[in-house]
Design a protein around this ligand. Structure first.
Ligand code: ADP
Ligand code: MG
Length: 357
């Protein structure tokens, strides 16, 4: 059980700057939303407003349809795990986890049941009487997670809680949090700058830039159909190609030139003018090595860089017009490829995505 969160026309101004600008987003009950964006984009500020540590300068936040502007932090029923998840050093694991329950009216027996259950969930039942200093970093973090979950919150907020952990521990923790989310169905909003983490964990990804939302979509949509050049470059690798419109018919339908090859503009829902330029995105793995019989778009070029990364080769290919394409091919198809080789690259028109500037 979770809660539906809605942010309507949210602005946040500090003295000098407008750090959140007209944010509108709805997070469905049980969803796992991950907010991605560069440092300073406003991710933490957004979470703080949901939690109640900051008030919006404008707009409304609704939880299950109720405006929570006047609801104090401890009544919002939100669990939080932030990067500096400081545990109380002089308290045992058990006491740390009990802390949020002590501000709520609850019998000792009821508390113990809840604490035992949550410690079991984070696999720390054996550690209840230890002090934080007697635990590893990963274990300390699991205590912090238990503390965030022990009072059965409707919403869990995570602000880069994994940033300080090493890669292996981070991966393990990601899967653990994902599992907990699946079991509890708690509405979860997490912040990260790690794109792989976002794609692993989230049911929806939100990309932020300069205090505004660039795109909210499923991980697959975000990757396959990025809304803008920024989104395409922020997640995964991308060839972003500005393409001139070379002809427009009477209905306003345009054709564009992709490095000299003319195709209909991928977005046929809008009309074009003769001097328009359209940005397209092609993911490197959508480009294949082909022969003359290939029916899609074909570009010939020379391999200028060839990097072996195990399962794949990452190529930088210089086309005959002097431009470059990033290409990723499975090693098993192209193991003998090397710098200086002439290649023919094939791209299917369906794999070309038109994006906003
Ligand atoms: P992110 O978490 O995406 O890195 P933040 O939400 O922490 O970004 O910050 C967004 C912007 O707001 C930054 O430019 C930051 O300097 C500014 N900011 C954050 N908190 C305050 C504050 N208390 N007073 C003034 N500016 C702030
Ligand atoms: Mg932050």
């Amino acid at each position: 059980m979770g809660a539906n969160i809605r942010m309507e026309n949210i602005d946040k101004r500090y003295k000098l700057a407008n750090v959140i600008r007209d944010v509108n987003i709805e997070i469905q009950d049980g969803e796992f939303l991950t907010i991605l964006g560069p440092s300073g984009a406003g991710k933490t500020t957004l979470l703080k407003m949901i939690a109640g540590f900051e008030d919006p300068s404008k707009g409304k936040i609704l939880i299950n349809g109720n405006d929570i502007s006047r609801t104090p932090i401890h009544k919002r029923n939100i669990g939080m795990l932030f990067q500096n998840y400081a545990l109380f050093p002089h308290m045992t694991v058990y006491k740390n986890v009990e802390y949020p329950l002590s501000v709520r009216k609850m019998s000792k027996k009821e508390r113990k049941e809840k604490i035992d259950a949550v410690l079991k969930r984070v696999r720390l039942s054996e550690y209840a009487s230890r002090y934080p200093r007697e635990l590893s970093g990963g274990q300390q973090q699991r205590v912090a997670l238990a503390r965030a979950l022990v009072f059965d919150p409707l919403i869990l907020l995570l602000d880069e809680p994994m940033a300080a952990l090493d890669k292996q521990l981070r991966k393990q923790m990601q899967l653990e949090i994902k599992e907990i989310h699946r079991e509890l169905g708690i509405t979860t909003v997490s912040v990260t700058h790690d794109q792989e983490e976002a794609l692993t964990m989230a049911s929806k990804v939100c990309i932020m830039k300069d205090g505004m939302i660039e795109q909210v979509a499923t991980p697959v949509e975000i990757y396959e159909k990025p809304a803008s050049v920024f989104c395409a470059k922020f997640i995964g690798e991308a060839n972003v190609i500005p393409c001139p419109v070379v002809s427009v018919d009477a209905a306003g339908k345009g054709k564009i030139s992709v490095h000299g090859l003319v195709i209909p503009a991928p977005d046929q829902t809008r009309s074009y003018a003769a001097d328009d330029t359209v940005n397209i995105v092609i993911r490197p793995e959508k480009i294949n090595l082909v022969d003359d019989s290939y029916g899609g778009l074909k570009f010939s070029g020379t391999v200028e860089q060839c990097v072996y990364i195990g399962d794949c080769l990452k190529l930088k290919v210089r086309l005959t017009n002097g431009h470059h394409l990033k290409v990723k091919v499975f090693t098993s198809y192209a193991l003998s490829l090397d710098v200086g080789d002439e290649v023919l690259l094939g791209i299917s028109e369906e794999d070309i995505v038109q994006v906003k500037p």
